[in-house]
Ligand binder design. Structure first.
Ligand code: NAP
Length: 259
């Protein structure tokens, strides 16, 4: 039976590719983001190309009531979510005393609060059905502190920790939870975070296709709890476990600095 997949941040980058991947595998998709034109065009393209349903729900997840409103609207239309992809998110580059607090509070709302709320509302239904799957997009940033992107790295540490704990709690309820932890990936993310000239993004990025293919396969066929796409990213996240944390933090700062 076709499943219905809700994807936040479906209008570009990783979420856009996940929307194609799930629809191309025969699933109906619920596309969520703020960009109306992009989502309407995407839903038309998906319906024509794959012959599945593609619903559009506009939502600004940085607004405190947005996640509950989104959930209520989806329920009111009688749509059941079988798979939840909490992908919407963004970062911000700069020294903490100089960055805009309002942007950081919005980031916490999107990267942490909305992800937690949607996991609660939709996850509870999955638990009562004893079936479902949630994928939360974290980052390799989740594994260590990130000077010059302090708030972003901290939000992703939350996503990883939360996802692993939930995966443990819900294993006995038939609900699978995964944290996808990409490294630098070629999407609109670096522009949005004002990161284009950071060494991190100058030293090689993965393609969004590679990240989504690996994430989809490891989640859907292997039920992996933590997925780090790419050999280089996997080696780096393992290597730092044996280094003093202060040293790791200093290295991240060097990598983050502008070229
Ligand atoms: N690219 C990387 O290097 C990288 C690495 C590790 C992890 N990640 C994570 O991957 C996820 C996807 O990012 P991406 O790389 O695909 O970047 P992207 O191309 O900039 O896409 C971000 C998506 O999030 C949505 N979004 C942003 N703010 C939103 C809001 N307030 N309400 C609703 N939707 C919002 C955007 O849609 P609208 O603008 O239309 O609302 C867009 O669809 C993020 O969680 C990011 O932290 C990215």
């Amino acid at each position: 039976m076709n499943k219905t997949v809700l994807i936040t941040g479906a209008s570009s980058g990783i979420g856009l590719k996940f929307s194609h991947k799930f629809a191309g595998s025969g699933h109906d998709v619920i596309l969520v983001a703020r960009s109306e034109e992009k989502l309407l065009a995407l839903s038309q393209e998906i319906m024509n190309k794959y012959g599945v349903k593609a619903y559009v729900f506009l939502s600004d997840l940085s607004k405190p009531q947005a996640s509950k409103k989104l959930y209520d609207e989806i329920k009111a239309q009688g749509i059941r979510v079988d798979i939840l992809i909490n992908n919407a998110g963004f970062g911000l580059f700069g020294e903490f005393e100089e960055t805009e607090l309002s942007k950081e509070l919005d980031m916490i709302q999107v990267n942490i609060t909305a992800l937690t709320e949607l996991s609660k509302y939709i996850g509870k239904e999955m638990v009562s059905r004893k079936n479902g799957r949630i994928l939360n997009v974290a980052s390799t940033a989740a594994f260590q502190p990130g000077p010059l992107m302090a708030v972003y790295y901290a939000t992703k540490a939350y996503v990883l920790s939360f996802s692993e704990a939930l995966a443990n709690e819900w294993a006995s309820h038939g609900v699978k939870v995964t944290a996808l932890c990409p490294g630098a990936t070629e999407t609109g993310f670096s522009d949005a975070a004002e990161l284009q000239s950071s060494k991190l993004f100058q030293s090689g990025v993965m393609s969004v296709e590679e990240v989504v293919e690996e994430g989809y396969k490891q989640m859907m066929t292997k039920d992996k709890v933590v997925i780090v796409p790419g050999m280089k990213n996997r080696m780096l996240t393992q290597a730092i476990r044996f280094m003093p944390r202060k040293m790791v933090t200093n290295i991240v700062r060097k990598v983050q600095e502008r070229v």
